[in-house]
Design a binder for this molecule. Sequence first.
Ligand code: ADP
Ligand code: ZN
Ligand code: ZN
Length: 817
Amino acid sequence: MFVQVSFPLPLQQTFFYCCPQPIYEKIQPGQRVLVPFQNRRLTAFVTKSLPKLPQDFPANVALREVLDLIDEASLISSELFKLSEWISQYYFASLGEVLKACLPPKINIQSKKRITITCAGLDAAEHSELQRLSPKEKQILEILAKRQNLGIGQLAKILGSRVTEGELRKLASRQYIQIEQVLDTKVMTPRLQLFVSSNPNTIEKLPSLKITSLQRKVLEHLSSVQQPFLAQKLLAQLGISHSALKSLEKKGLIELSWGRLDRDPMKGLEGISSSPQHVHTEEQRRVLQELYQFQQSNTFVPVLLHGVTGSGKTEVYLSLIERTLDQKRSCMVLMPEIGLTPRVAQEFRNRLGRGIAILHSGLADGERYDEWWRIKRGEARVVIGTRSAVFAPLLDIGLIVVDEEHDPSYKQQESPRYHARDTALVRGKMGNALVVLGSATPAIETFYNAQTGKYKYLCLASRVLSRPLPEVKLIDMRDDFKASQKRSVFSTTLAAEIKERLERKEQILILLNRRGYSASLLCRSCGQNLQCKNCSITLTYHKAKDRLLCHYCSYEQKIPKSCPRCSSEYLYFLGEGTEKIETLLEKTFPPARISRLDRDTAQKKNAHAKILRQFQQGETDILAGTQMISKGHDFHKVTLVGILMADQTLSFPDFRCAERTFHLLSQMSGRAGRGDLPGKVFIQTFHPDHYCLKFVMQHDYIGFYEKEIRFRRFMHYPPFTSMACILVRDKSLDIAAKLIQSFAKLLAQFADSQMRVLGPTLSPLAKLKNEHRFQLIVKSKSRLKLKDVLRKCLEQGMTEGLDLRKVHIDVDPVNIM
Ligand code: ADP
Ligand code: ZN
Ligand code: ZN
């Protein structure tokens, strides 16, 4: 008997193993098994069990045997398994990697290298001068002599540098060390805590019991709380030690037992206010009526809910969820940045209680693990989360909401490169669910699908309580320069408006979508920006750290005294980021209270929640930040939004750059005037004639869409063609260049005249993390054809022995870098 498995690694291949009878009998698709692979033991996912090997299986291959079953039953439902197969095929992703995304974090068992020193090794360490050892080898042996055996990671840590396979093999070949594979069983587990409960009759007997007053206090306290009660909490509340409990247990009056205590991701976020349930507006009622009707059908209905900012989409979702729960079906809500908008999470928690689970990447592994299991056990029947929550183990989903469906963060940029919105649609289709895509500025593709009738279309055209949309004005920075004869960050108009709001005690948001203090360090002599050592990216100056940082890898360095290229000392900081904006605001508008939200200030857990809370409660006047301040926030006192350098993204080499800019500026504008006072938005730009800005100014989504869709049709871009980007990356420029050439040849061999292949070219991001990058873009009118051709290229590439691990296929790319 045999099984076919896939590893949770970026390998598209599957592998066959023999399977002992007792294991074979239990096996289901999606179950995890432990198998030998090369000289390691790894977790693999069963994709199929077979009584016989396929006929074309080569006869001379000796198969190895499955070692063990890790899950007693598959943790992946047949529905999720089917979905994973779809993702794997559609996105050319490893099925094992997709299945891994369906499970909680840190639960895969695998073996790790362990290095033990031998007697000969001990001897060599002692008499190292007699051996021909390199300084590093000597150091390794000396460390091991002290510690006997170590994991490879631990060794590297003590050594303070990487240890390579080669170095270890050399020592092993001289018999100084032994390398073995041991199973690493440090996997995530539930958190167990001691709980106390009083035994039956204890309370009634209480008056007649002969016990100390302290013990009596414990029993009385217990009778007043819900049992079993957390022991630690009880001890803390009464200020007593553990021994009091022990003696009560001995007397048979109480029972101590281990119980699960789930880690709650919302802990620490208290104090963020959320709004009460509202009486629906006329528009909300109308939209809900239609949605209820769709839901009644119990079939797959995809809907675009196009609602302007502040139209009360959240309220629509909540009402729809309540209706779905009444029908005993479960709900999934995807949001791009739920970790950044604690208000929304709080609102869901207030309305739906602990019956909701939250999943996002900001959670600790333990929290994610516990939330996953609460969903799996059916304790939480509503999930709100980011991209990967689309894999939540919910059963019988009746409703899927994808909020801000246009957001590019729904596309995973690493393998498996799935799009969560599109995956949600497929999951909804498989499970007969209502799928609501919500946005104030739908993705061009989505709106097109609504126009062509593929999706139903519902619209919330105005803000709640007849609040007006904010007035948006463009400030031409060329005029500002002419008038003031100096280059200023805040135009005269914007500065005056800020002053006015501060005097009126209203709040202000300032957006600059670039973090750091100065954008770059320029050498005046040779004209070069200081670049990252590992990437083709300009380094950004961060003042708090007083260092130059690369935003793409972890590289950082001190500010050099002279240019590394030409040794000139004329180095100048150029351009500003949010860190500098914060300083400038402080200087220009004292005594305004200013805070900043970007990846730097939000680094610590719950730090962003604190910044947002302070702003919401009026403890700060101005909040400056990156696009993080544009998302989903609902501050009622904000009457002014200032957007600096709005056009910096308009010149990116990506056909979606206008759309991106339109989304960001519209979302950001939408933060103004959400309370009783009307809002105003000022957009500073050097290109006030750009159509994108014009449409933002007029809140004209349809106008923007029509212009954009014409361009897409004319240029053969999605939604009129299917697109894939093939990226090759490698440390060696030569290898990468050759490989992309070989792939281009394969494409030329299989593609027909209906398809267009652009490239190969260097990627816009030509070097990243020390890897050189080349790309090919493939466009095809027929999606089937595109898939078919790529499949053929991969198969042929495999036959020709191309190193396909270096070839990354991105289907429906959202970011061509
Ligand atoms: P959107 O997501 O569409 O931008 P939100 O869902 O954040 O809008 O709602 C905007 C604001 O309107 C929130 O403060 C919300 O509490 C409020 N709101 C929603 N529905 C109503 C209603 N029917 N009556 C009054 N206020 C409402
Ligand atoms: Zn220079
Ligand atoms: Zn870098």
